[in-house]
Design a protein around this ligand. Structure first.
Ligand code: COA
Length: 322
């Protein structure tokens, strides 16, 4: 049996930090309101010359160094992103060139905040079926470019960042289980209304930003985490004690707490880094994972549970022996 194992992790946060206090000067909000409703304290924002590919590249380099692999070893690059550099080529192709990787397939997966878990599911299947041996699964986002900084209901929630795991084939497990889902019927609860085939503005006069019905999204997110909890409990034959660390999508502290409660996970075993970087969509799980690996909480041999939720709606989970 071939397994896919996480051989290394890496992440990158842009240098520029915008605190809640900074936002108080731009919009009608307060640090207290933001912290109480979301748990967020600050977010990192890309500089004008930084892009989704440039921050994804940094995360990838760090993960490759952690795994001890070089460009010649990489035989697939998957980038989970909702904020690609360009319409085409894919951000994965741009990163491939900058890494000096030759001939590997490289493509983006667009599943909004679930992009990393979707990418992990896919990469796991490639490795298990012998289609690849060493895969970069990257989550990278520049949400600041589609955030309306005048809209207090969304501006406080999002940030930029990137995370990456190197997945390698192994005789030892690895990725133990993955589940991914989508339900397209709630498109307008969380979306960017203009894209390419809809509302594309060749004059560049019109901008398009994230639009969200916060209350309804909150309810759908909690329902999705309920679904994830049921699948996980079934996978584990009811023994949640096997999970050392729950690493959820870092959208909002209240959603993280609700998700942990559904799973029966005490908060001491939940990795929550959303206070430091806000919601970085597809980047948030590999970012939280890497931060917790670096600070020594997550150790080799630990069993991890990733759980994601995002626009689409999409959701999914992965259980991993780290
Ligand atoms: C967005 C969210 C934090 C709002 O919290 P909430 O408790 O639902 O707040 P409401 O939207 O009901 O708004 C309550 C009040 O705060 C106000 N408010 C909204 N944003 C505010 C802000 N940034 N600062 C201060 N007040 C704000 C509202 O205008 C409203 O005022 P009113 O009562 O006078 O009408 C919450 O709905 C949420 O977390 N949703 C999920 C968002 C998410 O994670 N999306 C990504 C999923 S991947």
């Amino acid at each position: 049996m071939i397994y896919a194992r996480i051989a290394g992790t890496g992440s990158f946060l842009p240098e520029k930090v915008v605190t809640n206090k900074d936002l108080e000067k731009l919009i009608d909000t307060t640090d207290e309101w933001i912290q109480e409703r979301t748990g967020i304290k600050r977010r990192h924002i890309v500089a004008d010359d930084e892009t989704t590919s440039s921050i994804g590249l940094e995360a990838a380099k760090r993960a490759m160094s952690d795994a001890g692999v070089g460009p010649k070893d990489i035989d697939l690059i998957v980038v989970g992103t909702a904020t690609p550099d360009k319409i085409f080529p894919s951000t994965a192709c741009i990163i491939q060139r900058q890494l000096g990787v030759k001939n590997s397939p490289a493509f983006d997966v667009h599943a909004a905040c679930s992009g990393f878990v979707y990418g992990l599911d896919l990469a796991n299947r490639y490795i298990q079926t012998g289609g690849a041996k060493t895969v970069l699964v990257i989550g990278a986002e520049t949400l600041s470019r589609i955030t309306n900084w005048d809209d207090r209901s969304t501006a406080v929630l999002f940030g930029d960042g990137a995370g990456c795991v190197v997945l390698q084939s192994s005789d030892e497990p690895g990725i133990l289980a993955t589940h991914i889902h989508a339900d397209g019927q709630y498109e307008e609860l969380l979306h960017v209304p203009n894209g390419i085939s809809v509302g594309f503005d060749q004059t560049r006069a019109g901008r398009s930003y994230i639009e969200m019905n916060g209350n309804a999204v909150f309810r759908r997110a909690v329902a999705a985490f309920d679904n994830i909890a049921r699948e996980t409990i079934a996978d584990l034959d009811g023994d949640l004690g096997d999970i050392d660390w729950f690493v959820p999508h870092q959208a909002n502290m209240r959603i993280i707490k609700a998700a942990a409660k559904k799973l029966g996970m005490p908060m001491e075993r939940v990795i929550a880094t959303v206070d430091e970087h806000a919601n970085t969509s597809g980047a948030s799980i590999p970012l939280a994972l890497d931060l917790a690996v670096r600070d020594g909480r997550i150790k080799r041999g630990d069993t991890l549970m990733f759980a994601a939720f995002g626009a689409g709606f999409t959701w999914g989970s992965a259980m991993v022996k780290y």
